[in-house]
Design a protein around this ligand. Sequence first.
Ligand code: PLP
Length: 376
Amino acid sequence: MEKKIIYLDHAASTPQEPEVTEVMTECMAGLYGNPSSVHEAGRRARIAIEQARRTVAGHLNLSTSEIFFTSGGTEANNAILWSCARDLGHRHFITSELEHPAVLKPLEVLREMLHVNIHLVKVDLQGHVDLQHLESLLDKYSSAVVSLMHANNEIGNLLPVKNVADLCNSYGALFHSDTVQTVGKFAMDIPRLGLDFAAASAHKFHGPKGAGFMVIRKGRTLEPLLSGGGQERNMRAGTENVCGIVGLAKALELAMQRVDEDQQDIAALKSQCMEMLRAEIPGVEFNGDAEGKSLHTILNFSLPPGMDANMLLPQLDIEGICVSSGSACASGAAKGSHVLKAMGVDPGKPSVRVSFSRHTTGEEIIQLVQSLKKIS
Ligand code: PLP
């Protein structure tokens, strides 16, 4: 029998809901036609995609014309940023050091290839974006594209998206947000939030891997990253991942059915985890704004110095506990977290990211804290 594990790495990926697997299995068995084919088998697949698009659009208060399915969050971010530089001609990008590599890396490539300028907005010690500095950057580069993530995947900090959108709007800048960690976690009204572009990924909300979407708001026009067929209204060439898209929509539907309840329950688990860590591990420090503007599913903390940061994850793994490392950068060790490093977190202290979902139990939190106490 397989060893039982305690999975506390839901920011990396989530278990797929059985109902999602069910609709995908049906899709795999029955919807084999190419959605671009003009016969019954093709039409059936096309209908499934368009139904999924309606579901997704409905949950985000968007129109179906604003949703473009992709292979996930990385592709969505790349497609948006590339087209802003290459096709819309933007030369200034404002972002932060705390972004996911799916934003930072394409921006670096754009700097090399298209000579765009990257301006880093300051972040404070808690990892929040300095809005005054953002405004001063916008004042200088009003035609910029601002790319700031909704929730940080390592520390969970939440961006005041609406405030940033209002700022961008007042200067005429475009606003892209990587919403990979927040879609499916909140009831989200994208028009109200004021984003121009957003990216999402199904496997972060109990859907399948390899399926995601980008949002391009009405009135904004981009060109595709991939050339080829005319799929996704000429915005994403390549035969659609029909069953992935169907699974994505089902996962979002399920997430939204119980979003408030899940949010409350998971926030309570996060508080329980923090309380227990404080009680059992003297000197534990929480990274980011864990008790403030923070996503309920993510908790990042540093343990007192002494323990070899490189050994912490393998030791938890031996205990059957799956978490992510969040260490700033231990000397001579594998590359540390660029997020903690940018926030000035002490690299001498081993850091851990635990992330929860509706599947997490109080018993799992107890086991995590007991194991940490034993090995730290
Ligand atoms: N952006 C953020 C904030 C993420 O957490 C991730 C996943 O780790 C991605 C982008 C990449 O998404 P995907 O795995 O769908 O390419």
